[in-house]
Design a protein around this ligand. Structure first.
Ligand SMILES: Nc1nc2c(ncn2[C@@H]2O[C@H](COP(=O)(O)OP(=O)(O)OP(=O)(O)O)[C@@H](O)[C@H]2O)c(=O)[nH]1
Ligand SMILES: [Zn+2]
Length: 289
């Protein structure tokens, strides 16, 4: 007998809401202590009763994103096709988090877009200048004000399974609500079912913007999980450095103290930004070889 499938549209850690292809939603739990499921996962389900199902397993994923806390990596979302890193000049954004997000997107082989929110604030202009560097790497930069609407994002989101990621307070939920308009109230009903009516973002939640476009709003995060990457692959995830791959003397060069490092040579010659070498070295030092 073939099992029914559904998609996880909300993940609360141990509990989930899934939606069937017919549009029915169910509260869902897992067997045993399994927590290796994420918002966006396509899953096999078995019924318990009219409202509840058990998630049996996930289907093959096209992508997977991780966040990292002090102890371990946790799943953020599966099957996303486009990552939108949301930054705002206030409260102070982390350029390091942006760089790690772009790396995570490259490693997951998904598109990355930078959204600079709060364009209405005077502090935003300086950040727009600072972030212009990333457009030279090929990442689109969109400056918006969620308070004035987020329609400028629609053409970029169209047809993709998108996720807003960024630190707390950058405006991810405000942007999401601006994009959802009236639909927000409907989906709000779902989130209060398991979340005792709280309004801050405590879980990842998937919304339909139209028949072809999905958007996941996610809780503010401190760090992307990069532990699943290998240090020797890192150069491929840097659009400005990947041309140097294979040019270091040692094939497993970590671009730290090794002699004959092509990346250090390029930095010394001024052909790459020294900040990028420093970031490469910092991430490389964190990872398994
Ligand atoms: N001035 C200004 N304020 C904004 C804008 N967008 C959001 N805000 C405000 O910024 C604050 C944080 O917005 P949220 O949408 O809750 O931020 P978030 O990124 O979802 O935060 P978490 O849910 O904690 O991850 C709120 O007080 C918003 O009203 C904007 O474009 N301009
Ligand atoms: Zn090297």
């Amino acid at each position: 007998m073939s099992k029914a499938t559904a998609q996880i549209i909300t993940s609360y850690g141990r509990r989930y809401i899934v939606r069937t292809p017919q549009g029915q939603t169910f509260d869902a739990t897992t067997r045993g202590k399994r927590v290796d499921f994420a918002c966006g996962d396509e899953v096999h389900i078995s019924p318990i009763n009219a409202e509840q199902v058990v998630i049996e397993d996930y289907l093959p994923r096209t992508s997977l994103l991780y966040r990292q806390d002090a102890f371990k990596s946790k799943l953020i979302a599966a099957n996303v096709t486009q990552l939108l890193v949301v930054l705002a000049a206030v409260p102070s954004p982390s350029e390091l988090l942006l760089q790690r997000a772009l790396l995570a997107a490259e490693a997951a082989e998904i598109r990355a877009v930078i959204v600079l929110n709060k364009a209405d604030l005077p502090e935003t202009a300086a950040w727009a200048q600072k972030l212009a560097f990333y457009t030279t790497l090929g990442y689109p930069l969109l400056t918006v004000s969620a308070l004035a609407g987020a329609d400028a994002l629609r053409p970029v989101l169209q047809g993709q399974t998108n996720i807003f990621l960024g630190q707390s307070g950058m405006g991810k939920s405000t942007l999401t609500n601006a994009l959802l308009g009236n639909a927000a109230a409907r989906v709000g009903d779902i989130s209060t079912r398991l979340d005792s009516g709280r309004h801050t973002t405590t879980h990842a939640q998937l919304y339909d913007l139209d028949a072809h476009t999905r958007l996941i709003d996610s809780p503010g995060l401190q760090a992307f999980g990069l532990h699943h990457l290998h240090a020797t692959d890192l150069l491929h995830y840097f659009p400005d450095l990947r041309g140097l791959a294979g040019q270091c003397r040692f094939h497993n060069c970590r671009h730290q103290q090794e002699p004959g490092c092509a990346v250090k040579a390029a930095a010394a010659a001024g052909s790459i930004k020294p900040e990028r070498l420093a970031f490469l070295q910092a991430v490389s030092a964190e990872l398994m070889p």
